[in-house]
Design a protein around this ligand. Structure first.
Ligand SMILES: [Mg+2]
Length: 257
């Protein structure tokens, strides 16, 4: 939200250090909703009926995605071929580097599919970023199930991956900056200290008067980070701080053929 001089508002000095950056994936890092892209191509048609139940609020995203992934019928090589066509925001890598230089730990928390996220990020050399998401497990040549290692029985949204619980556990007392776009971010947006928001999440933040900045892409997000008033640090001293701050995540998609 630039002013008449084209300048972005300066964020409070208290904003840094001591922040955890939480990034959504589908529609935020990836241009599209990858989960929808997978289901629309490779699931039996009933997946749409389940989506209707979820949109009506009859079921949470955890039950929705568990049932939808049960309907997938696709060999892994064909799934990979699709995933290899998915693009990400061209400035996400530079944003990660900016966080790195500012000693801001970053974690991707997604209610999508871990295997898809890692496959896509790997093409960009970013698959070592901390990730919490729903776990895809292959159970035959072309069928799968979804597991939920980061769900929370107390999750008010019934999510497969509870963004509130995961980010709270990983923040270690730091404030939380959420970057997202959609309804899977609504719950955490109400608990986060600041939100960089676009599309549906931006509207949600405006309607709820939540602390936020309009942020259509990672070029803007990076610019907003640079507006934060933090002391200069040596890049040498902060190499890959997110790895030190957060435990490694095991490889995705354990195969059980
Ligand atoms: Mg999203």
């Amino acid at each position: 939200m630039a002013d008449s001089r084209g300048l972005l508002p300066r964020l409070p000095r208290s904003a840094l250090p001591g922040w955890l950056v939480v990034c959504d994936f589908d529609g935020t890092i990836a241009d599209i909703d990858v989960t929808d892209g997978i289901l629309s191509r490779f699931a039996l048609p009933e997946w749409v009926d389940i989506e209707v139940e979820w949109k009506a609020g009859a079921i949470g995203s955890r039950e929705c995605m568990r049932r939808q992934v049960d309907l997938l019928r696709v060999p892994l090589a064909e799934l990979d071929a699709y995933l290899d066509t998915v693009e990400i925001d061209p400035d996400f890598g530079a944003f990660v580097e900016a966080c790195h230089l500012m000693q801001l730990p970053l974690v991707i928390i997604s209610d999508g599919i871990d295997y898809a996220i890692r496959r896509i990020l790997k093409r960009h050399g970013l698959d070592d970023l901390p990730l919490a998401s729903n776990r895809l497990v292959q159970i035959s040549n072309s069928t799968y199930r979804l597991e939920f290692p980061d769900s929370d029985p107390q999750c008010r949204a019934g999510s497969g991956t509870c963004k509130c619980a995961v980010s709270s556990a990983r923040a270690h007392g730091s404030k939380r900056l959420l970057i997202g776009d959609g309804s899977s971010d609504f719950c955490l947006a109400g608990a986060a200290d600041l939100v960089f928001a676009k599309t549906k999440l931006l509207q949600h933040c405006r309607e709820g008067s939540l602390p936020h900045h309009a942020c259509p892409d990672f070029a803007t997000a990076r610019q907003l980070l640079r507006e934060l008033d933090v002391p200069a640090r040596s890049p040498i001293a902060v190499k890959r701080t997110w790895k030190a701050a957060l435990p490694p995540v095991p490889p995705a998609a354990a195969l059980e053929i």
